[in-house]
Design a protein around this ligand. Sequence first.
Ligand code: COA
Length: 172
Amino acid sequence: MALALAAEHVHTLEKAHDRKSFDCGNDDLNRYLREQARQDAERRVAAPFVLTQPGSPAVLGFYTLSASIIPVDELPPDLMKRLPRYGQLPVTLLGRLAVDRSVGGQGVGEFLLVDALRRSLEAAQQIAAMAVIVDAKDKRAESFYRHFDFRPFQQTPLRLFLPMGQIAKLFA
Ligand SMILES: CC(C)(COP(=O)(O)OP(=O)(O)OC[C@H]1O[C@@H](n2cnc3c(N)ncnc32)[C@H](O)[C@@H]1OP(=O)(O)O)[C@@H](O)C(=O)NCCC(=O)NCCS
């Protein structure tokens, strides 16, 4: 059956969501969803969002968003020179993003990434963030984000960013 990929199927993580069978192929991310994500939400250190299908509580994919800051001098010089010299700048951290293996390669990762970027853009209209940043778990994850135009930071390997201005153009 075709997957229903629409924003209405992305929800704030609730107790009723079935996280036990989730398997993205990465034990740390599986464990995070199972054991940590709800606590992070309760403590307000991360906002987890999950994709489900109508009539089923099974989580097919998830991502988390948090407010964060970055030192301005970690940005590439071409971007840095267009920004104020504030030392640190506000960003939105896409902390984790993963897709269940049963639906891998069907556009779910891209759908969740776009959903996360749209949500980040909307939030930034109320509380400013000048980019979305991600900490890729490994080289494969890094190449996934690079595929969507994320650029690497100068000093921190596997940390990438996408300027909010560029994200705004995606949804214009
Ligand atoms: C990485 C991950 C999220 C991709 O999800 P997915 O649903 O299989 O990916 P999609 O089907 O949406 O792929 C969308 C596009 O990204 C590309 N893509 C997928 N994984 C990629 C990778 N590792 N490197 C480069 N491109 C990749 C696809 O080829 C596709 O491109 P196209 O539209 O031009 O054909 C998924 O494999 C996963 O959960 N991995 C384990 C956890 C992880 O590494 N998370 C990311 C870092 S925290």
